[in-house]
Write a protein that binds this ligand. Sequence first.
Ligand code: NOJ
Ligand code: MG
Length: 536
Amino acid sequence: MKDKQHKYLWWQEGIIYQIYPRSYQDSDGDGVGDLQGIIKRLDHIQSLGITAIWISPIFSSPMADFGYDISDYCDIHPLFGTMEDFDELLEAVHDRGMKLILDLVPNHTSSEHPWFKESRSSKDNPKRDWYIWQDAKEDGSEPNNWLAMFGGSAWEWDEKTQQYYYHAFLKEQPDLNWRNPEVQKVMMDVMRFWLDKGVDGFRVDVMWHMIKDDQLRDNPINPDYKPHQATYEKLIPAYSTDQPEVHDIVHMMREVLDSYDERMMIGEIYLPIHKLMTYYGTDQNGAHLPFNFLLLSTDWDATKIASNINQYEGALPDGGWPNWVLGNHDQPRITSRVGMEQARVAAMLLLTLRGTPTIYYGDEIGMRDVPIPENEVQDPQGLNMPGLNLSRDPQRTPMQWDSSENAGFSNNKPWLRLPDDYRRVNVKAQLDDKYSTYTLYRRLIKLRQEEPALHIGDYRPVEAKAPLLAYLRYTSDQRFLVLLNLSHKPCHFAPEHFSFEGTIEIDTLPEREGGRVSGHVSLSGDEGMIIRLDQS
Ligand code: NOJ
Ligand code: MG
């Protein structure tokens, strides 16, 4: 049991909501979402019960990777608005008692960033060492076998200065050399720029990529590579990612944050549990929340999910705060992975687990991945590796607000197309519908925010017998039993060594709410319920 005197912080008690800014709300009719658009939709976010908004990059960028290629870290892309718009947004968010988290992309810049332009201008430019430059091997080939996440070699030949530079993603996204103290300093200054403005934290892009092996050794071959996978998977990135020295950098960032009040940092990290945990740092001197992507990668199976929850809970370091993610702009949406009905059960899972939940925009109305015809694909990951179905456009489509033309997103043709069913599946249609996914989300969030057992309470597994997952969330005052049927078929919960009595508080089948249960329960297919247990 957690110490009652302990003060929990907003990022522990609260709920995070991710906005992909191109797709949330367009205010100026160019078909692309913008900051004024977000301001216009803050009511929606607030009435959902969100604590903090994380916005994917809004900075100056040639948009080769839709903003994850930054050419000025301290300016706003005109597509999204101006610095005044940003200040207005920050103030409006704060006025509503919410927090704002920005996306920090420290691993790489755009090739159009003035730093890179200088760096590539000559071998003896003072900024040459700000990036990772290497001579060719004797035969002219790349310095090592490292591959880019978006296909092909991670090395790009520079004709003018006769060296290769390293890029983990696109060649338009050269990696910074974080071993260089000037790079470290300039990025800490970037953090301070936004923190001074009052930004509440950062989601740090590809945190585990930031430092590479100092000898640039070849990555080993991945014996499990399958041809349908991205070419990047051919190697195990043992030397290009997750190097021990990365923790010094994370710690350096943490110190900057700690010199302000209650600011925080989320790390984007795709690593196995035991590696992920190291990003909390020694004695909590690392990331506040290393993103936990287990629910994105685990098969939708009660035993496997339970085992992962338990492994994760068990591996957390002392004082490490858990967190859970169901979707983001890089992954297929939850509805498209487990289906519409199970996505509701998944929402109940996300919002009843111990640890800060992050909700991806649109998931609150059950938006699905939208099929984007081949000739409309925009995502470089899709364009560079055609035929592998790797485009991330389908999960980045405009928010479906209402049934009007362009779904209330824009008065012009949206940058990505809407699905055929948006007139049915939209916020407006779901607002007052007791049975809608929106209503389910809103009520789950409300209950979580109201009940200490759910936002700061302990977690205890009760049973995981496919298809049923059962666990408890509790404080000394209140216990909730969560039962989730992860299949479409009915199932029965009749635990041998656990007796209970209580009232169904929230059910994906609202007709059952208020019902009394004791000892055993039958569940319909795709049903999840939260039972408020009687206190004996
Ligand atoms: C991770 C981001 O989430 C993704 O969208 C981007 O393409 C890469 N990092 C490169 O910045
Ligand atoms: Mg716009």
